[in-house]
Design a protein around this ligand. Sequence first.
Ligand SMILES: [Zn+2]
Length: 235
Amino acid sequence: MGGYRRALRRPDQTLPWMPENQQSAQQHDQPESSTNRTVTRDHFIPPRMYCVETICAPCGVVIGWAKFVKSESPTNILNFLESVYPTEESRPSYICVDKACLVLRTCVSNGSWETWKKTSRFIVDSYHYTNHSATDNLCRKWCNPAPLDGSAPNLVVVENDAHGRPYYKRAFNTQACEQLNAWLGGFEQILKRMTSGNFDWFLHTMLVYHTSQVIKRQGEMNKDDDSDEEEEGQE
Ligand SMILES: [Zn+2]
């Protein structure tokens, strides 16, 4: 399972000093509009940021990142996914994207769904799903992160509450990329002043460091589990 998420500031992100016509934020389930990107400006605005996209596993390990100069269009997202997962064997069963329904629509219309559908489903992460249109049947049927109709049993598990009553629970953390994004946000002020080369180096180094910490923590947790089991065995 892979998660996928935009990181840092979007090129079209609004800032308080930007003029009103720059402040129409794009909804996650709305196609990008070309009109609000081409407004002529006769005043100062800060240099445009790159749009950084990350792919990470539910445990937090970063699998890949890419920098898009212009925008995070569904086509860019699909190209990035195809570069990280070039073969059918390498592809995860579920890929969480904040705009999964748009990616799916583009994937169907450009024909690449014929290959993707054999291995993977594009689902919206639970954080963004609530903001997607309730009347978009394609989104509800194909991109629901935790469908309760039994259509995706790997995404939902049944647990028992304190009173022994069963309830449905998400089987995976679909917000891993969102959490990574929040962490990266802390470096935004440093990153946005960097040249392109320094930006790439710094971001890559931070992601490698972050991933090594995640793996280290997992190792420690596994060790704790093992020693618990040993203690139980000795009793
Ligand atoms: Zn949607």
